[in-house]
Write a protein that binds this ligand. Structure first.
Ligand SMILES: Cc1ncc(COP(=O)(O)O)c(C=O)c1O
Length: 455
């Protein structure tokens, strides 16, 4: 299989994964965890299901404190899209760490260069920008922008969305009791078309996007005051398990919003910056949002996020200060600028697309060969595998999801669980032979678990 990765990230497939301990997590991981878990509370299931302690990352590999080397199919959590410690990004951060770390929201040469680069890569008219330090704060800024642009206060997002963990961002997602007594007033949720688990279907059983939009119309009339500032959506629902909408959803939703004076805000924190083979996932559907948020892969590991708003509405934001302690600091801007330059210089949108074609073909074959695989989906390097007890009933198979995650990890694949759905987000600098090894491990783990459950 030909090499497709940039030279710095290439690795001999015979060298990975490389598991050297008899037990895994190994003894040093266990010792560090015993110390860390004495104090730290609230780990994700990614950690609790496989509590390994990492020490080093290079390109598409992660090394733990016991010397075990894993192929990385997680990019942290969709963050290190260009692989770990890309030399250009690391050097850019180091340079600015020695030169100027923070000067509030004054412009700096590197900030100006980043803003100009973002204006160049966005394909629409999103030239009003603000910079922040987490996806959540960028989402809160996006909501402020929608209010300022429309003078309206209500928002609609979709079942199973995730947009962050502070007040209004959390009100755009699935909540639990610790988030408060309920959703903030004026925030609403509606079902979103999921082709594998459709709520509304046509006579032939296929998903009926128009029926969802008809429902939204009824919902706005009957459940809101009609003062909807924006629909706030993830282009692909990440936390929910890589759920892709039908191709006609976003174009139709765009028209729906335009007819009603509602803005469309695309939260591209997870999907943006090359992960799906485009800078912005919404480009796949040729749909221009009014507001976009970016994060995660934007700084390839350095905390830097952004909010972009249509030129049409930028004046309404003039009175809203974007100043924050860390937003747009020189190190952050340098990381984001270097990351965008790397994507261009190394042809990584093309590599992500090439990888996506390979993953699609492998995932379809895995689905054909394994009865517990109910659905597979992906674009570029954003992928999901949904495990079910029975293909006819589509009953989620959470026990299998947990075991497949753990088995594959123990074989040397770092990745992301989501109950019965397995999520994959390999770095877009991956070589095809390494991608193939990762898929081999996943298939082996699925086959073993399937046998254990008597399929
Ligand atoms: C779509 C989306 N929006 C917002 C966020 C919040 O980002 P952060 O964790 O950087 O605050 C996330 C995080 O996973 C996300 O996936």
């Amino acid at each position: 299989m030909a090499s497709s990765a940039p030279a710095w990230a290439r690795i001999d497939p015979r060298d990975v994964p490389h598991i050297v301990t008899d037990t895994i997590p190994g003894p040093r991981s266990q010792a560090f965890n015993a110390r860390g878990m004495k104090y730290m509370v609230g780990y994700s299931s990614q950690v609790t299901l496989f509590p390994v302690v990492f020490e080093k990352g290079h390109g598409v590999t992660l090394t733990d404190v016991d010397g075990n080397v894993y192929i990385d199919f997680s990019s942290g959590i969709y963050v290190t899209t260009l692989g770990h410690c890309h030399p250009k990004v690391s050097e850019a951060v180091a340079l600015h760490a020695k030169n100027l770390m923070n000067c509030h929201d004054f412009n700096t040469p590197v900030k100006v260069a980043l803003l100009e680069k973002m204006a160049e890569i966005q394909p629409w008219d999103l030239t009003g920008m603000q910079l922040y330090d987490s996806g959540t704060t960028a989402v809160e800024a996006g909501l402020r922008a929608c209010r300022a642009a429309t003078g309206k206060n209500e928002f609609i997002s979709c079942f199973m969305d995730f947009h962050g963990k502070t007040g209004h961002a959390v009100s755009c997602g699935k909540m639990n009791p610790t988030n408060g007594g309920g959703r903030t007033q004026g925030f609403y949720m509606v079902p979103r078309p999921d082709p594998y688990r459709p709520m509304f279907t046509k006579a032939d059983g296929t998903i009926d996007t128009d029926a969802y939009l008809n429902f939204y119309d009824q919902f706005i009339t009957n459940a809101t005051t009609g003062q909807i500032a924006a629909f706030v959506l993830e282009p692909v629902q990440g936390w929910a398990g890589s759920i892709f909408p039908p191709d006609d959803f976003f174009p139709k939703l765009r028209a729906f919003c335009d007819e009603r004076g509602i803005l469309l805000m695309a939260d591209e924190v997870l999907t943006g910056m090359g992960r799906t083979g485009k800078y912005f996932c919404m480009e796949h559907w040729d749909t221009a949002p009014d507001v976009v948020t970016v994060g995660k892969g934007f700084g390839n590991g350095f905390p830097v996020t952004g909010m972009l708003v249509s030129d049409k509405y930028r004046d309404s934001l003039k009175g809203i200060s974007a100043s924050s302690s860390y937003g747009g600091n020189p190190m952050a801007c340098a990381a984001a600028l270097a990351s965008l330059e790397v994507i261009q210089e190394e042809g990584l949108l093309e590599n992500a697309t090439r990888l996506g074609e390979y993953f699609d073909q492998r995932l379809q074959q895995i689905k054909a060969d394994h009865p517990i695989v109910g659905d597979v989906r992906g674009k570029g390097c954003l992928l999901g595998v949904e495990l079910v007890k029975d293909r006819a009933t589509k009953e989620p198979f959470a026990e299998a999801g947990k075991l497949v995650y753990q088995r594959a990890f123990a074989k040397g694949l770092a990745w992301v669980p989501a109950g019965h759905i397995l999520r994959m987000s390999p770095p877009i600098v991956m070589d095809l032979p390494i991608a193939a090894k990762g898929m081999d491990i996943i298939e082996e783990a699925i086959a073993e678990v399937e046998r254990d459950f008597g399929y």
